[in-house]
Ligand binder design. Structure first.
Ligand SMILES: Nc1ncnc2c1ncn2[C@@H]1O[C@H](COP(=O)(O)OP(=O)(O)OP(=O)(O)O)[C@@H](O)[C@H]1O
Ligand SMILES: [Mg+2]
Length: 354
């Protein structure tokens, strides 16, 4: 499926603005972004339940929306699964899954049985939706959506109604089934962890536009701007001025190519990329090319978070507060003097905004 330059306006304001995406068979693309950025509107246009103000959508090379008009939703070869996936309450589990199926009765029955077996619900084949738990209903909805073998599956926050304990398991099962069936998937979510877990490719959306797309690793490690850094995780930010394409900070100098002299930059780094060293008679580790210069700070507080510890420091420079995370248990007392360095290859330098 190919989406080109999709546009949708409400009250003169573009809520989906020039969105282009390609969804490949067997691949999961996550449309990721904050609330209100236009994710659901994009999905609804692709599904065919929302008109377009511009652009086009092609499935298998055939235009289903664009200047040639609209193909109705049920003729697009697209499967849908939304947050409020509403099963038909008066139909049995088997009839819910069979709902979109065409063809001979025994073929339909075999497909329903094999899918219900696949999602481990064969024992509920004759149950009604109200007799199932939320997680079980979710699996029926997935089986129903995938039953007609759609080339493309659209999923809008399909796991948000589930409690945390269920969610990871159902995400992984869903992913495995979608991969087996070979559908191309466009999954909408506002949770970076969900996108990282599910996606082959992430398209990061903001204010109606896709600001960055790529494999999860690339989007996480090479964010396009400060907001993209902050969307995925907490980050420390240092403000500095540029001289001769270098920004001077208490952690040493950072390259700031293409930024004019005197301009401010923000240098961002994630808490897990801060290294902590003990004070050795009033000094810290010697400068190195990979870690730069060490800066002195005092522990403000340290908290145990389970898989890591989060330590906050008040730095000697400008009263800055910096956060560092350390795997496992590390709980130094408040007031302890320590020296911080940052992984220079994990720092991002952006022209300062605001
Ligand atoms: N029918 C409509 N009429 C007017 N404005 C609309 C309509 N549908 C959506 N909008 C507006 O378009 C913007 C994008 O909405 P959309 O539902 O696509 O966001 P979203 O990214 O899915 O957010 P969320 O994560 O909260 O679901 C919002 O500001 C919303 O208020
Ligand atoms: Mg939405």
């Amino acid at each position: 499926m190919e989406i080109r330059n999709l546009l949708r306006r409400f009250d003169g304001k573009a809520v989906v603005n020039d969105v282009s995406l390609a969804i490949k068979p067997g691949q999961v693309t996550c449309l990721l972004g904050p609330s209100g950025c236009g994710k659901s509107t994009t999905l609804r246009m692709i599904a065919g339940v929302e008109p377009l103000d511009g652009g086009e959508i092609r499935v298998n090379g055939r235009q289903v929306a664009g200047d040639a008009g609209l193909v109705p939703p049920e003729k697009r070869g697209i499967g849908l699964m939304f947050q409020d996936f509403a099963l038909f309450p008066h139909l049995s589990v088997a009839d819910n899954v069979a709902f979109g199926l065409k063809g001979p009765r025994d073929e339909k029955r075999d497909r329903v049985r094999s899918l219900l077996e696949r999602v481990d619900l064969l024992r509920h084949i004759d149950s009604f939706p109200h007799q199932l738990s939320g997680g079980e209903q979710q699996r029926v909805a997935l089986a129903r959506a995938i039953a007609p073998r759609p080339g493309v599956m659209l999923m809008d926050e399909p796991f948000s109604g589930l409690d945390n304990r269920l969610r990871d398991g159902i995400r992984d099962e869903t992913l495995a089934l979608l991969k087996e069936e070979g559908a191309g998937v466009l999954l909408v979510t506002h949770e970076p962890e969900e996108a990282m877990r599910m996606a082959d490719e992430i398209a990061l959306m903001r204010n109606g536009r896709i600001v960055q797309s790529g494999a999860p690793y690339n989007v996480y490690t090479r964010p396009v701007d400060l907001d993209a850094v902050l969307f995925f995780s907490d980050a420390n930010i240092l403000r500095a001025k540029v001289h001769g394409a270098l920004a001077d900070t208490p952690f040493g100098r950072f390259l700031a190519p293409g930024i004019a002299d005197g301009m401010p930059v923000d240098i961002a780094f994630r808490p897990q990329h801060v290294r902590i060293d003990f004070d050795r008679g009033g000094s810290g580790p010697l400068p190195t090319p990979t870690d730069g210069v060490a800066a002195r700070g005092e522990v403000v507080r340290a908290r145990f978070m389970g898989h890591e510890s989060l330590v906050e420091f008040r730095m000697d420079f400008e009263g800055a507060i910096l956060k560092a995370t350390v795997p496992s248990v590390f709980l130094p007392k408040p007031g302890t003097v320590m020296w911080l360095t940052v992984r220079r290859d994990r720092c991002f330098v952006f022209p300062a905004t605001g």
